[in-house]
Design a protein. Structure first.
Length: 115
C-alpha cells in the first residue's frame, strides 16, 4: 500500500550554505528516483535542543513523499553513514483539517470525524 511520509533531516550546522543546498538536492534526487517526491520545507539553521556529536546547530529540512515498503529502515540505512547528516526521522504524514485545529494551534482530538 502506498502511503505518504515525511522525513525530517538535520544537516550539520557548520556546513556552508552551498554544501547544505547540495545535500538537500542529493536527498531530493534520491527520493524522486525511488519514491513519489512531493516537496521540501526548509526550516533554516536552528540551535539543537541538545548537543549531538559535539554540534550545537543544524539545518532543518522536511521532505514529503509517498512510497511503499519499509521506508523508515531504507531511509535510515541510506543516510546514517553520511557525516553531513546529524539526524533523520521518518513518520507517516498526517494532513490535518482546519476544523481539527483549535484557536491556540493545538489539535482537537475530540473533533475528529470517523473515516
Amino acid at each position: 500500500m502506498v502511503r505518504k511520509y515525511e522525513t525530517a533531516v538535520i544537516f550539520d550546522g557548520s556546513l556552508p550554505e552551498e554544501a547544505v543546498a547540495k545535500e538537500q538536492k542529493k536527498f531530493e534526487e534520491y527520493l524522486s528516483e525511488n519514491y513519489e517526491f512531493h516537496n521540501t520545507e526548509a526550516w533554516g539553521k536552528k540551535d539543537l535542543a541538545y548537543e549531538i556529536d559535539r554540534k550545537r546547530t543544524g539545518y532543518y529540512f522536511l521532505f514529503i513523499f509517498s512510497g511503499e515498503g519499509n521506508i523508515n529502515e531504507v531511509i535510515t540505512d541510506k543516510f546514517k553513514l553520511d557525516e553531513k547528516v546529524i539526524r533523520t526521522m521518518t513518520v507517516l504524514y498526517e494532513e490535518y483539517k482546519k476544523k481539527d485545529i483549535t484557536e491556540d494551534g493545538a489539535r482537537d482530538l475530540n473533533n475528529k470525524e470517523e473515516e
